[in-house]
Ligand binder design. Structure first.
Ligand SMILES: Nc1ncnc2c1ncn2[C@@H]1O[C@H](COP(=O)(O)OP(=O)(O)OP(=O)(O)O)[C@@H](O)[C@H]1O
Ligand SMILES: [Mg+2]
Length: 501
């Protein structure tokens, strides 16, 4: 079972909880270890006291005995017994009967069973704990051996003359251990509470508050408000995150503004084109019918003149010009008519190949040196192949017309927009095809106009080729750019989406 499920989903709460837990464990463990060491030290000090007191008393008894001052022993016992912490002080004989005691009333009674048992055991002469006095004490039983000097007064067969029985109360030691425990616990809790509070304040100030501000700002951005910025000035990771976020929102906002502008322009252009188209179609119709009449009249006229008559030739010339005019009007009508592309999957490389074959049939095309730099990995995409042929035919014709005596025409296709194309960033998901020539190029003041309908610098040009091209690409959700270097040469680049929206 995942315990974290029950913890509130707040970063601040979880961090604070984790820090507090670590703190409780660390402080708790260190306090416990300190407490244990102090307790051990207090106990071992009481133990040492018991040993020292027993040894000192044993020597005092021995010296008293040797000097024959046995009567002073009772008063020594009472004086030492009155010292704080001394709980039991007596001498009992081999049978356990008390001979001397700090409490004279005990003399003649049997000593405590435990003391006697310890005396009888091999571990005598080491301190042991006893509770015979009602609470814990450190005791020691120390036999007073019958040494050579003693045998002046005591019979030689008595091995032990008496057993010194000393108990020191552990009451004071336990009280001080208890007090230490209380102090340590209080300080541990105080330290945990204060440190946790301090860390919580720091966390809130430097982590959760900025993160919350960032989250709120992100929500605003998500809701479409791109003028908001997050205000995190710290130079740490969060500060950097805030900075990058602001930068991202700024770029997003710029891109949106650009896109809106672009759409605006597109709409305005579409509007202009539509009215222009309507106008062109109207004019074309107005002209087309009378033109048919004129052509018919010219046909009648031409038969009026005999073969070889120069007038017949003039009328023939007239008829050719009328045909050309009719062709231009047909182009105009085609241009004006909003033809929906018939989409099917096709490969741009193949479309261009067919166009280049056509171009090579005209004299300028025959003289051109054509370089095909095709991407073999060009994917098939959805397009109207006929309209796309029109696009590349317009571009290729313009190129050969720019330098009729032998243009170097390079056609480059790429399945991915290459990184060296300035627009590569915005054009992922597009294929690219460019048509470059080494003709005179397009002057900077003219390059903005080449896509306008009827803009032409050619005597017999209609100026509709590039505007038609752009219209077809619009219908394909594509795009065309024109570039021309100062040293001449022009490059037209077409971008087409790989997947139709
Ligand atoms: N490769 C090029 N090199 C130099 N100028 C060019 C090139 N392509 C286009 N232009 C310029 O752009 C103008 C417009 O071209 P567009 O194809 O729209 O019409 P056009 O070629 O003049 O007429 P049409 O296409 O009807 O023959 C051209 O007249 C020419 O000035
Ligand atoms: Mg043209």
């Amino acid at each position: 079972m995942n315990i974290l499920r029950f913890v509130p989903r707040s970063l601040f709460f979880r961090l604070s909880l984790a820090v507090s837990l670590v703190m409780v464990v660390v402080f708790g463990a260190s306090s416990y270890i300190t407490f244990r060491i102090q307790s051990e030290q207090s106990l071992s000090a009481t133990k040492t006291q018991a040993i020292l007191l027993t040894r000192a008393l044993k020597n005092t008894i021995r010296i008293g005995m040797e000097s024959g001052h046995t009567e002073s022993l009772a008063s020594i016992f009472q004086t030492v017994g009155a010292l704080p912490g001394v709980e039991k002080l007596r001498v009992f004989n081999e049978e356990g009967k008390i001979r001397y005691s700090m409490k004279p009333s005990e003399v003649g009674h049997l000593t405590d069973e435990l003391d006697y048992t310890v005396y009888r055991s091999p571990e005598r002469s080491t301190p042991f704990q006893s509770e015979t006095t009602g609470h814990r004490s450190f005791c020691m039983v120390e036999p007073i051996e019958n040494e050579a000097k003693c045998q002046r007064c005591h019979p030689r067969e008595n091995e032990v003359l008496g057993v010194l029985d000393v108990c020191l109360s552990m009451g004071d030691t336990e009280k001080s251990i208890e007090y230490n425990r209380f102090l340590l616990l209080s300080f541990t809790w105080l330290a945990v509470i204060l440190t946790s509070a301090l860390i919580s304040v720091i966390l809130k100030r430097f982590v959760t508050a900025p993160v919350e501000r960032l989250a709120r700002t992100m929500e605003s951005v998500e809701a479409g408000k791109l003028d908001v910025r997050v205000d995190i000035r710290s130079g740490d990771e969060l500060g950097r995150l805030g900075g990058s976020f602001n930068e991202m929102v700024r770029k997003l906002s710029d891109t949106r503004a650009e896109l809106e502008k672009f759409h605006h322009r597109q709409l305005a252009r579409a509007d202009r084109m539509a009215s222009l188209g309507e106008m062109a179609a109207g004019i074309a119709h107005e002209i087309k019918n009378p033109l048919a009449g004129i052509y018919g009249a010219a046909q009648v006229l031409v038969n009026e003149f005999p073969e070889g008559d120069p007038k017949r030739e003039i009328v023939g010339e007239m008829m050719t010009l009328i045909k050309r005019l009719d062709g231009t009007i047909r182009d105009l009508l085609n241009f004006a008519r909003y033809t929906e592309p018939q989409f099917s999957r096709a490969n741009v490389n193949e479309v261009i190949d067919k166009v280049l074959f056509l171009v090579q049939q005209i004299p300028e095309g025959k003289r051109a040196r054509i370089v095909r730099d095709f991407d073999p990995a060009m994917p098939e995409i959805e397009m109207d192949s006929e309209q796309m042929k029109q696009v590349f035919l317009n571009l290729a014709l313009n190129a050969v017309q720019a330098k009729p005596d032998g243009v170097a025409l390079t056609v480059r296709t790429r399945g991915e927009v290459p990184a060296d194309i300035p627009e590569a960033k915005h054009r992922s998901g597009y294929v690219m095809a460019s048509v470059s020539d080494d003709g005179p190029g397009i002057p900077a003041d003219r390059i903005g106009k080449v896509f306008q309908p009827f803009f032409t610098t050619k005597e017999s040009g209609t100026g509709l080729g590039l505007s038609m091209t752009r219209k077809i690409l619009d219908l394909h959700d594509g795009w065309i750019t024109a570039e021309s270097g100062s040293g001449g040469g022009a490059t037209f680049t077409v971008f087409l989406p790989k997947v139709r929206a």
